[in-house]
Design a protein around this ligand. Structure first.
Ligand code: 13P
Length: 344
């Protein structure tokens, strides 16, 4: 294991106020999002959309790494240039989603366990040869009556740790993603409690299984009230609860925390990340960054609608969200940026 190279890659992923672009939707997830907008659910359409993303001008000024999906890492631009080369030439580090999805957990109604460990060592070797320098694995934790259970937390944490050691062995930085879902009526305090327990469980497993913490990125949820909770806290309260929770559970050796967006709007995700950096940045041991999919891509996808003529405005919308999030890392994001005012 080349410890220094892993540490360098992990630091590079959260350097210069940039963040990650998650464009690793599995084919079923990507198809679902296309279907809602009347876009054909074909390999051709998915390839065109991914070409739109990776050829967005100036994306590398705000995006440090792009997480690809197995189909995408093997694809090329229309002119034959591999996406991995396009990304790398833009100064963006290629990454790859390696879990094979969250499946219903036996004897645990309403809970999921993420699969993908079988054959992972060989797949990581192949992805590394294709140019990937980091990887992602997502565990999904639902909040509800009597859940999450210890069984679900421990099984998912153990899988995350086994994935992370295999990644480091292969020279890839593991992005460790335990996502506490927003779905439900639960209050912010319940999300904080669950997130804290999840993170303690995950870091205990990472330690037990000899993961080098300086060579990972943590990708957690923000601490939020459930989507249908009647009380929706203000941005600053979310920022305070999230940072307080992370300070209790995430070792200082971890170089960076890159949040998932989880279904928040782009504006809210930027505003909350901004508030955390405004209020706490100078006092934190790790960088607070972003690794958004929907909160960066959604407006662009809605503009594109599968039509060649919409590529340029869609790319402008994509880079706008990326710029807003870079500003949020600096604590310089404001609602005015959404009206095209301010320094992008
Ligand atoms: P969202 O930002 O849309 O939650 O996606 C992040 C991600 O990579 C989920 O695994």
């Amino acid at each position: 294991m080349n410890t220094q190279a892993l540490m360098d890659t992990a630091r590079a992923l959260v350097a210069d106020d940039k963040g990650l672009l998650a464009m690793d939707e599995s084919n079923p997830t990507c198809n679902k999002r296309f279907a809602k907008l009347g876009i054909p659910q074909t390999v051709k359409a998915r390839r065109s959309y991914r070409e739109l993303i990776v050829t967005t001008p100036a994306l590398g000024e705000c995006i440090s790494g792009a997480i690809l999906y197995d189909e995408t890492i093997r694809q090329q631009k229309k002119d034959g240039t591999p996406f991995v080369k396009v990304i790398t030439d833009a100064g963006i580090i290629p990454g790859i989603k390696v879990d094979t999805g969250a499946k219903d957990m036996a004897a645990h109604p309403g809970e999921k366990i993420t699969e993908g460990l079988d054959g992972l060592r060989d797949r990581l070797k192949e992805y590394s040869q294709m140019g990937a320098r980091f990887a992602k694995w997502r565990a999904v934790i639902a909040v509800g009556d009597g859940i999450p259970s210890r069984g679900c937390l421990e099984a998912n944490a153990q899988a995350l740790a086994r994935y992370a050691t295999l990644c480091q062995e292969a020279g890839l930085v593991p992005v460790v993603e335990p996502e506490v879902l927003m779905d439900g009526e639960h209050a912010l305090e319940r999300c904080r409690e669950v997130t804290e327990e999840v993170l303690h469980t995950v870091f205990h497993q990472l330690y037990t299984q000899r993961v080098m913490l300086e060579g990972i990125i943590l990708k957690p949820n923000m601490v939020l009230p459930g989507l249908t909770c009647p009380k929706q806290e203000a941005v600053d309260e979310v920022a305070d609860a999230t940072v307080k929770c992370l300070l209790r559970a995430v070792p200082a050796a971890v170089p960076g925390i890159a949040f998932l967006s989880g279904g928040q709007s782009g504006e809210l995700a930027s505003a909350r990340l901004n508030a955390m950096n405004v209020r706490f940045k100078s006092r934190l041991p790790w960088q607070l960054a972003f690794s958004f999919a929907r909160a960066i891509q959604q407006p662009a996808l809605e503009i594109w609608k599968g039509k060649e003529a919409n590529v340029l405005p869609a790319q402008q919308a994509l880079v706008h969200r990326a710029k807003c999030n870079r500003a949020a890392r600096r604590g310089e994001y404001s609602a005015a940026m959404e009206r095209g005012v301010g320094t992008l």
